[in-house]
Design a binder for this molecule. Structure first.
Ligand SMILES: O=C(O)CCC(=O)C(=O)O
Length: 254
């Protein structure tokens, strides 16, 4: 029998995290966010909806990084990642998603692979070969994510493609009849393929951590900043250090 993920490209697990688990990391993420806004004021004021590289050695104190790494590689989360990436997931990055400052700003349908410098033919080929997963961890209730089920494996129909590309009079924010909106609550976990057609739904006080895991593939991991990975003494305290060492090995890092 196919799993939810295999069939639809996503898996939604309600009340996956305890309050305590979230309470440990939320203050760290909020501190990061305040500092990030200070350093990126112009971008934040004009269009930002996310930040990244939260685990960078220059971004957090050592105890805060350790707590965040412990969260990212906790047993039950890595177990979900392993069920999907059977060969073993590799840590790619982290992102924080928040509302645009301008409440009129529109969201946009996309596949993450469309931002790579690959032809459409190559993107279609990559779809079936490479897995990148977003683990969305909402810290507050949010309108969530809208996605087009099954598009982790199949290409767009004409309307989906024109919308995503903003062609033939369509805008990337136009509704798609094939879209499925998944409202999320604090405590839920949504795992979805970065390859599939999706868009963020802005509103409420959204503040979500996305943990990104992928195949241990150097091509996918090429933009990993080594300073976002745990140092050897931190690895020893993590439940599943292999998700980080997989990244180091794929990139031939010391
Ligand atoms: O939540 C959003 O604004 C977009 C999310 C997204 O595109 C992603 O996680 O790849």
């Amino acid at each position: 029998m196919q799993t939810d993920y295999q069939q639809n490209g996503y898996s939604l697990k309600r009340q996956f995290f305890t309050d305590h688990e979230l309470d440990v990391v939320e203050p760290i993420l909020r501190r990061f966010h305040s500092a990030w806004i200070e350093q990126n004021r112009d971008h934040y004021n004009h269009q930002a909806i996310n930040s990244a590289y939260i685990t960078h050695a220059d971004a957090l104190s050592t105890p805060d990084r350790q707590k965040l790494f412990n969260f990212i590689a906790m047993d039950k989360l890595v177990s979900v990642a392993r069920d999907i990436i059977i060969m073993g997931p590799a840590f790619m990055n982290t992102q924080l998603f928040f509302n645009p400052k301008n409440s009129e700003q529109k969201n946009y349908w996309h596949r993450d692979i469309q931002y790579r410098p690959d032809s459409v033919a190559k993107q279609q080929e990559l779809l079936k070969l490479k897995t990148i997963l977003h683990f969305r961890v909402p810290l507050a209730n949010e309108p969530g994510i809208e996605l087009v089920p099954g598009t982790h494996l199949h290409w767009d129909n004409a309307q989906e493609f024109e919308t995503r590309m903003g062609e033939s009079g369509r805008k990337p924010s136009d509704d798609l009849p094939s879209g499925k909106a998944l409202a999320l609550n604090r405590g839920d976990l949504l795992v979805f393929s970065a390859n599939m057609i999706h868009r963020g739904l802005y509103g409420h006080n959204r503040f979500a951590l996305d943990i990104i895991y992928s195949d241990a593939d150097p091509e996918l991991l090429e933009f990993v900043d080594p300073k976002c990975l745990p140092e050897p003494n931190m690895l020893k305290k993590i439940a599943h250090p292999d998700v980080f060492t997989a990244t180091q090995q794929a990139l031939n890092l010391p």
